[in-house]
Design a protein around this ligand. Sequence first.
Ligand SMILES: [Zn+2]
Length: 75
Amino acid sequence: MAQIFYVHCPACGGRFPCHQELWQVEYDLLCPYCGLSFPQDQSPLIISASGERRERAPQPADATTTGATSAPESM
Ligand SMILES: [Zn+2]
């Protein structure tokens, strides 16, 4: 029997159910509200049938890489 998990759409924020089978495989999800097709990695929050919340891991802030190794122009 197929289990159901809920996915939050990253675009419109709508929540819609999907089959667990689609979660285990790399498969793009389709939002029924706005029609957006997105990979599961783009979903901000996924709630499994057992109530497990799989929130999207926050992306590490891009370190400020200031190129200070530029040699001064010498004549
Ligand atoms: Zn949507």
